[in-house]
Design a protein around this ligand. Sequence first.
Ligand code: SF4
Length: 154
Amino acid sequence: MLKFYNYDIVFQEIPDEVTLAVNITNCPNRCPHCHSTFLWKDVGEPFNEENAGIILKDYREAITCVSIMGGDNDPKEVNRMAEWLKKTYGVKVGWYSGRETLADGIELKNFDYIKIGPYIEALGSLKKRTTNQRLYKILPDGKREDITFRFWKT
Ligand code: SF4
């Protein structure tokens, strides 16, 4: 089960997209120096069709993408909700995972963007060239294009 703490319209998490970022709780990753420890607790409202529908009713016209920020506690549910969001709203879907590798049960056809990698303070966030994290664009043929460089200022 996925629960969400809050959501916001953001412009930097996914390049070229206006994104509704939904912050999922019960994060199991426990990255040292995490900036979002409030997401470690099992709190919030269910991120299901009913609540996502209420949010999208207000914001669908304003956004191009929904990004599920977290959900490593239940990747199969992330996959299911991604498929539902795409089919129901025709919106692009992103997922921010803190795992090193893509979880079992994730079908790339349900996603347009996937970020993987835990936060490692010494290597920095996506904005740092030294980062271990990667943001992939999922191409129509199912291949992954690494677009992490889009976060780096030239
Ligand atoms: S994945 Fe994100 S929220 Fe979870 S512990 Fe790591 S930095 Fe914090």
